[in-house]
Design a protein around this ligand. Sequence first.
Ligand SMILES: C[S@@+](CC[C@H](N)C(=O)[O-])C[C@H]1O[C@@H](n2cnc3c(N)ncnc32)[C@H](O)[C@@H]1O
Length: 331
Amino acid sequence: MNQIPLSYSLIGAFVVFLGIAIALYLSSARRYQSANTVANSYDQWTEDGILEYYWGEHIHLGHYGSPPQPKDFLQAKSDFVHEMVRWGGLDQLPPGTTVLDVGCGIGGSSRILAQDYGFNVTGVTISPQQVKRATELTPEDLSAQFAVDDAMALSFPEGSFDVVWSIEAGPHMPEKDVFARELLRVLKPGGILVMADWNQRDDREVPLNAWERPVMQQLLDQWAHPAFASIEGFAELLEATGLTAGEVSTADWTTETLPSWFDTIWQGIIRPQGWLQYGLPGFLKSVREVPTILLMRLAFGTGLCRFGMFKASRANVAASPSEQVEVSSVS
Ligand SMILES: C[S@@+](CC[C@H](N)C(=O)[O-])C[C@H]1O[C@@H](n2cnc3c(N)ncnc32)[C@H](O)[C@@H]1O
């Protein structure tokens, strides 16, 4: 009997795998509806543990260096946090600096900021299950605490924190201008906002074309995103609050973070123990995400999406006159 060459078998297996992934994707449509969709999605992704198994404690892309170098997937994620600290100038701040981590996930950044920089961190997320898991993962003697809170209407008074930090929560925010204002409102005058975000190309001059529009719609619907801002557009929204001192600084880290997408799929292949641990439902659930991951890679690789970094300082003006007297500056 003729032997089928290994390369043909692998190609065949890949085609079957992708076929299953696309069939699952198409047969279980998703659509963003409200903040509830976001909270429910993260509650489910946290409860079943699959996301944490593959992505670890950081639900964000990794930083692979400039230019990017091959790197361990989880190492790239914690490196991202340190790169963002340096880019934001937070490594110059003293221990005890108060930080609000907006959209904190299961607390990966918060723990690094508390453990490695001595900051006093409060992490907030819309998902109660993430608060539970973040608290479980955090040693009691670490200065990091977690609460459910809505970034669209933060429960903290004006001028509460020295630093506001946020990674990849922006695409979940339905009103970007409200989000921009809330981030700056809770900062003390002189305080620093450092934020990382998935952004869309600024389409005000060149609108999205025939293939970009449906791809963008999928990226929104699949992972509970009402809209992506552009880097330029969100910087303008921050400045339009009237709460920033000087210009908002931005950077594009698309190149540094791009290897994360293929690395995500690669994790599923090189760690097949996960297939046993989470059984057939877990396998199908993970495989269902493959088309979205490939679309993300396509979008970030072709310039439809960009990985935006934002840095701003809070001006010494009140966001709301009634709270003016309570605001104290960063010492
Ligand atoms: C992609 S995850 C990033 C998590 C975390 N920053 C990290 O890097 O590991 C997005 C986070 O934003 C949170 N989020 C989404 N909408 C929110 C809202 N309206 N208020 C607070 N958190 C929100 C989600 O619950 C989730 O924790």
